[in-house]
Structure formats: C-alpha cells, structure tokens
Design a protein around this ligand. Structure first.
Ligand SMILES: Nc1ncnc2c1ncn2[C@@H]1O[C@H](COP(=O)(O)OP(=O)(O)OP(=O)(O)O)[C@@H](O)[C@H]1O
Ligand SMILES: [Mg+2]
Length: 501
C-alpha cells in the first residue's frame, strides 16, 4: 500500500535507537516538571519557615537565659562584686539588666544593671520561656523580624537554677540580626534543595517517561508513514510499568493493523486476478456456447438428451461471470425465487458431478414425492453442487473406494413452511482445522488446490433466501442441513387466493 505521507528517514526506522522527537517541543514536559518541582519545594519551605524562625528565636533567648543563670550563680556566690566586674558579666551575656527571684523572697532582686547612658526607660516586649504557646511565639518572631528597631528592649524570663526565675533585659537588635542571618541561610538552603531535587526529578522523569514517550511518538510517526512494514512495529522494552503496558498494547495494535492491511492487499490482488480470470473465462465460455448450439442441432438421440443441459450449464456460467464482472466483486444478486422441484435440481447436481449408477461413489436420493422449494433455481443448484462436490472429494481421499461404503445421500422433506435438504456422506468427516474455520473465506480449506470458498458461497446463498445451513454433529462422515423457508405471503394476497378457491 502506498502512503501519501512524506518518507521517513532511516533513523526513524530504528525504533530501538536513541529516540528523536519528531516534533519540535518548545516548553516540554521535562521543563514544566523542572519548574513545578522548584516551585513546590520553595512553597514547602515557605510553609515551614514561620515555625522554624520562631524556634530559632526561642533557642536564641534560651541560650541568653542559660548565660544569665550562670551569671546569677556568680552574683549569688560572691558577696562583693565590683562595679567593673558586674558590667563585664552583663556584657558577656550580653544584657542590659539581670534580675533573679529567689525561693521564699517576695520580690525579685536586681543583680546588675548596665550603666549605659542612653538606656531607654521602657521595655517593649516580654517573653516568658516558662509559658510559651506556638502560635503567639510565631507572631512574636515575625514581629521581631520585621518591626524591631535598634535600641528596642526585650525582657526574657526563664527558670532559674537556684531560685524561682531569672530575668534579663536585652536589646532586640542583635536578636533581629541573628534571625535575618538565619532566614538568609534558610532561603539559600531552600534554593539549593529545590535545584538539586528538581534536577533529580528532571533526569528521572526524562529517562523514565519523556524519553520512552519520544521513542513511542517517533515509532508511531514512522509506522503511520508505512503501516505495512513489519520492521517498524515497536519492540516493547521489558518494563512492567504503565509505559511498558502502553508499548506492548501499541505493538499488538500495530501487529494487528499490519496483518489486516496485508490481508486486505492480498484480497485486493486476488479480486483483481479473479476479475481478469472471469473476463477471459466469459469469452472462452461464449465460444464454447457457440459450439454447443451447433451440437444441439445434431439429430443423434444421445446428443439431443445432453445438449440442452450443456447449453443451460454454459448459459449459467456466462451469466455468473458477467455478474461478477459487473459488480467488481463476487457479490451475489438477490435470489430470483419461484417454486422449483427439488428432485430436478438434485438430478442436475448428480449429472454435473458426472455420477452414474456404475460410478465408484454411490449416489442415494430420498426426496419426498413432488417436493417443491421456493428458491432461485441456479443458486440452490450451486449450494447443493458445492456441498456434494465437497462430499465427493472427501470420499475420494479414502482408499480403497467401496461403493457399499462410499455414499452421498441427499434427502429432502418439508417441515411446515420450511424445506429441509440434507447432504450427507460416509467420508472421513471434518478435520479440526476445517471445523474451526467453517464458513470463513480462504481459511477453512485443508484440500490441496482448494480455495476455501465453496462452503462460504453456499452459506451466503442460503442466507440470501432467509435460510440456514449447518454442519450436523455426531454423524458418520459429514452431514449438512440446509433449511429454505417459503417466502411469507402478504395477507391480502392469501385472502384473494381463498376467494378464488
Ligand atoms: N463433506 C466433507 N467432508 C470432510 N471435509 C469437508 C467436507 N466438506 C468440506 N470439508 C472441509 O472443509 C474445507 C472447506 O471446504 P470448502 O468447500 O469451503 O473449500 P474447498 O473445498 O477446500 O475449496 P473450494 O473453494 O474449491 O471448494 C475443505 O477443504 C475440507 O477440509
Ligand atoms: Mg469445496
């Protein structure tokens, strides 16, 4: 089959080779996935940032309170601490003031205070580490980060090692700076994590998904250009995931399509050949008809007996060749039905097969007296001829021929409005292969030189009469049942027939 699409280059004919995408994709799946991965990782970092920064602030304050606790121990142990030393202790925390409440005392005691001249009078924020809640801690952390100014003071209270609690007043500026440094680190880390994970996702998806997809697409484009080329059928990768499944399904579909196209091409070639043969056959038969017409004029009684049959057979053959040619395919014309005597047709079949009483095969007929069938005479003759010729050919395959055993039996009877004709033989019966492909064109033949069309034609002709043909199970040899129903008669016609009676 020729294709209208552009020819594919050699690369695309090698499905297993490194795939090249047949279309240029500007913003492909891999790029989209890369961008989305970066966005999702950053989004996740943004979501966890508030609680991370809040934890950082609390840890920072805890660290200062731990130092304050150590300083408080020093103040408690030493009775007399010089002003200079107490300023140094405060600077090591660093804090502006340090106080502690000892157990049993009513008020907290100021242990040290920085002697900075510009000390603000008011503390703006308070954090009690003994009683912190998650949500307010987050809000406070964000406020410190965004609103705290240099010189703002914050009072932090925490449990004391030798008392009820320890308390420090510190500047919020260094805390804010430390929190910004931490935030910058988090942002850099997030970008690094998202870039690494996006790259990993990109390569994983590229190799697991995008590359196989390109391979499938390239193969589909190549196969579409030349669907009858079996070399282009996709060779599925040994994968058990969705891609593997898709590849296997696609390969199966391509195989089926390729087979169908091959079959169609074969049938098209056959159709052409049949038409050519028909054409010349019709011409040859027409010459034979001329000779048979002349033969019919001879006075010999034997010739007079057989010549009309020969003329009729030739006429039928010419008409059949003609109809096949005019339809362009072997489509049967609708049956031209009339009431015909079954016995007449059966006799014609026997004569056409050349069977006589002294033949090696015994021809037995058992047809009800005067049985008439409502059918196209020529078509019914072809049905019975095909069945009987098959029976004869089947019997000829059995050696040695024994007329007592080798029989073809034709029976005919009426069952209500249906005429039943049976063609039975005592041959070897149907092989498994022929039975499995029964009535399938070109499929069921097991005979050398057989086309596998005889039964198909018989079935088609019987069906055109609204009848049925079937192979009867469990008989010696093979038995076919042919049922031809009478045409339904319209009620008004039946009524007028009754009036005439
Ligand atoms: N009476 C029979 N006994 C045994 N096998 C039969 C009989 N009739 C048909 N068959 C089997 O069925 C097959 C199909 O028959 P069919 O008439 O369709 O084709 P064919 O005889 O092989 O070829 P052709 O198209 O020339 O008739 C035969 O090849 C044969 O194997
Ligand atoms: Mg046949």
């Amino acid at each position: 089959m020729s294709s209208k699409t552009a020819p594919v280059n050699d690369d695309s004919k090698l499905p297993a080779a490194a795939p090249a995408c047949p279309v240029r994709i500007r913003f492909g799946l891999s790029a989209k996935l890369l961008l989305l991965t970066v966005l999702f990782v950053l989004l996740a970092e943004v979501c966890i940032f508030p609680s991370a920064i809040s934890n950082y602030r609390l840890n920072w304050l805890e660290n200062k309170l731990a130092k304050a606790n150590t300083a408080a121990l020093v103040f408690a142990a030493a009775q007399d601490i010089s002003e200079e030393l107490s300023q140094k202790i405060l600077a090591s925390i660093p804090a502006r003031a340090l106080a502690m409440k000892s157990a049993g005392l009513e008020r907290r005691r100021l242990l040290a205070i920085a002697n900075t001249p510009q000390l603000p009078s008011k503390v703006l924020q308070e954090v009690d580490m003994r009683d912190t809640l998650a949500l307010p801690a987050i809000v406070e952390a964000l406020r410190t980060l965004l609103e705290a100014k240099d010189g703002d003071l914050l009072r932090a209270v925490g449990p004391a090692q030798i008392g009820e609690f320890v308390e420090i007043v510190i500047e919020e500026g260094p805390l804010r700076e430390a929190m910004w440094a931490y935030s910058r680190n988090i942002i850099l880390l997030s970008i690094a994590i998202s870039a690494i994970s996006a790259a990993l996702v990109y390569f994983a998806l590229h190799y697991l998904f995008v590359r196989p997809l390109y391979r499938i697409t390239a193969n589909m484009a190549a196969f579409r250009a030349d669907p009858e080329n079996r070399d282009l059928i996709l060779k599925p990768a040994p994968r058990h995931d969705e891609i593997g499944f898709v590849e296997r399904e696609l390969a199966d579909m391509q195989r089926g399509l390729s087979d169908t196209l091959h079959e169609k091409t074969r049938l098209a070639n056959l159709g052409l050949a049949v038409s050519k043969i028909n054409h010349d056959l019709r011409n040859l038969l027409a010459s034979a008809q001329l000779f048979s017409d002349r033969l019919a004029r001879l006075p010999d009684p034997q010739v007079q007996r057989f010549a009309p049959k020969l003329v009729r057979a030739l006429e039928r053959a010419i008409a059949f060749c003609q109809s096949t040619l005019s339809y362009g395919r072997a489509q049967e014309p609708p049956p031209d039905r009339r009431s015909v005597a079954v016995m007449d047709i059966v006799d014609d079949v026997r004569e056409t097969l050349g069977l006589s009483p002294d033949s090696r095969i015994c021809w037995i007929t058992s047809v009800e007296r005067g049985l008439a069938v409502d059918a196209d005479r020529d078509q019914l003759l072809r049905v019975l001829l095909n069945l009987s010729r098959n029976a004869m050919q089947a019997l000829e395959t059995c050696a040695p021929n024994d007329p007592a055993r080798d029989q073809i039996r034709i029976t005919g009877r009426r069952e209500g409005a249906v005429v039943v004709i049976e063609v039975a033989d005592t041959g070897p019966g149907f092989s498994e292969q022929a039975r499995a492909k029964l009535f399938q064109p070109f499929q069921g033949s097991t005979r050398s030189g057989g086309a596998g069309l005889g039964l198909v034609i018989a079935e088609e002709l019987v069906r055109a009469h609204g009848g049925e043909i079937s192979l009867v199970d469990g008989t010696i040899g093979a038995t076919f049942h042919v049922k031809i129903p009478d045409r339904p008669i319209p009620l008004h016609q039946r009524r007028s027939e009754r009036v005439h009676v």
